[in-house]
Design a protein. Structure first.
Length: 121
């Protein structure tokens, strides 16, 4: 039900709230839908956050592919955060490479350092 609401709810707010609830409930069955939502400009941030809360390694490759925002305007800090929470060390190389990107601001750099610290534990 929540997945359907996130996909086609009556408003952006309702869609985002449904997406958030999937993460709060740590619903592993929602991982495939949340991965799809990474391609939705309305839900990309919320989907990455929910995937981090669920911390299912099945999301790692999709989050790695979404480290740069869909409009290429910067780093998707929520995808960085989620990768740190999931703890799949296969993401470390991508995060390390991203550290030297000219797209980074101080918040991006901090998020990447924190995620890498989690991955190295």
């Amino acid at each position: 039900m929540l997945i359907r609401i996130a996909e086609s709810g009556e408003s952006i707010k309702v869609r985002n709230e449904a997406c958030e609830q999937l993460g709060i409930r740590k619903d592993t069955a929602a991982v495939p839908a949340l991965v799809r939502f990474l391609d939705d400009p309305v839900l990309q941030w919320c989907a990455a956050r929910s995937l981090g809360q669920i911390a299912d390694a099945r999301a790692t490759s999709s989050l790695r592919a979404h480290l740069v925002l869909l409009d290429s305007s910067g780093v998707n800090r929520m995808a960085v955060w989620a990768l740190g929470l999931i703890g799949d060390t296969s993401a470390a190389g991508d995060l390390t490479a991203l550290e030297s990107s000219p797209l980074l601001n101080a918040q991006d750099s901090s998020a990447i350092r924190e995620a890498l610290t989690r991955l190295r534990r």
